[in-house]
Design a protein around this ligand. Structure first.
Ligand SMILES: C[S@@+](CC[C@H](N)C(=O)[O-])C[C@H]1O[C@@H](n2cnc3c(N)ncnc32)[C@H](O)[C@@H]1O
Length: 303
């Protein structure tokens, strides 16, 4: 444990323009709902795991602009969870373009939409800051994506160029580190530190949620001063919390090992034994996330 803490204190390397996305997306993670075992870890499948903040981004966009019939860009759509939520809000008369640099995630996103008969979403591969899109969007939304961009303000400015005057940009991002793990959850607290250090080592911007307001303003937008702020928690459902954090462990394990923060068997031991013991017995509140900020802004209309 002392070695682990020493490793956690090391400074991250300088940032490249595009930061690596430290979470492994693997198609098999998304095959079915529910709990499964993989590589010694018991995990929640991603659709269940993200359902804790499901619809937040959609509500957020709807606060700024009724979305029915609108054309929306989903920035860094990944496996398309947000795109699918927004597709319901825009309805058959509207449309969604999900854009991502990860071709594997996009293929999965496309398959999933096809399997569900969703026809108003298309996925494109590309960097959301520079990809060609035909015509302007009414809104651009994104969840957990600006944290991977070296200059999120410049990214917001570029994304805003794809939105019509008077349209909106809505982002939902973390403030990693702010989480109410209680004094009797020491394993969870140190495990969260391991995960946040892994993000940090990748260069990800851990405070981006708190920076959205000023970054949107600096990008020439009109941000709404009262964003959504939320930490997902559960009460006395330690199994739910355990599966949630075990998913993090599973998806970030390759990077934890690559960055030399812990050996695979140590992570498996922490998660399978110590975290499980601590959380399964939880009687009170257990955090399921760090602080999440949902912030929207309007692109100024033309005079
Ligand atoms: C944490 S995932 C979030 C996926 C999705 N927004 C969600 O909430 O389910 C971040 C995604 O952003 C994508 N991404 C990162 N930088 C990007 C960029 N410059 N342009 C497009 N996609 C990007 C990554 O490939 C990854 O799929």
């Amino acid at each position: 444990m002392r070695n682990l803490l020493k490793k956690l204190k090391r400074q991250p390397a300088p940032l490249p323009e595009q930061l690596p996305y430290p979470v492994e997306i693997r198609r098999r993670d998304y095959k079915s709902e529910g709990i499964r075992r993989h590589g010694g870890l018991e995990v929640f499948d991603a659709p269940n795991a993200v359902s804790i903040n499901r619809a937040r981004i959609a509500n957020l966009a709807a606060m700024g602009l009724p979305l029915s019939g609108k054309r929306v860009l989903d920035v860094g759509c990944g496996v398309g969870e947000v795109s699918r939520l927004v597709s319901e809000l825009v309805g058959p008369a509207g449309s969604v373009v999900g854009i991502d640099v990860d071709g594997d995630a996009l293929r999965f996103a496309g398959d999933r939409c096809a399997a569900r008969g969703i026809t108003n979403v298309v996925f494109r591969k590309g960097d959301a800051r520079s990809a060609e899109c035909d015509g302007l969007f009414d809104a651009a939304v994104g969840r957990f994506v600006l944290m991977y961009m070296r200059d999120p303000t410049a990214a917001l400015r570029l994304i805003a160029e794809r939105v019509r005057p008077g349209g909106i940009l809505a982002f939902h991002e973390w403030v990693v580190g702010i989480s109410p793990a209680s004094a009797d959850q020491p394993v969870l607290a140190s495990f969260q530190k391991l995960i946040s250090t892994t993000f940090e080592r990748s260069g990800a911007r851990l405070e981006i949620g708190a920076e959205l307001f000023s970054r949107m303003r600096d990008a020439g937008l009109e941000p709404q001063p009262r964003p959504l702020a939320e930490i997902a928690v559960c009460m006395g459902q330690g199994d739910v919390a355990y599966r949630r954090w075990a998913l993090f462990a599973r998806s970030m394990l390759p990077k934890i090992v690559e960055y030399g923060l812990a050996a695979e068997e140590d992570v498996v031991d922490i998660v399978e034994r110590r975290l499980r013991d601590e959380l399964l017995d939880a009687r009170g509140m257990v955090p399921l996330s760090w602080l999440m900020i949902g912030q929207w802004a309007r692109k100024p209309p033309l005079d």
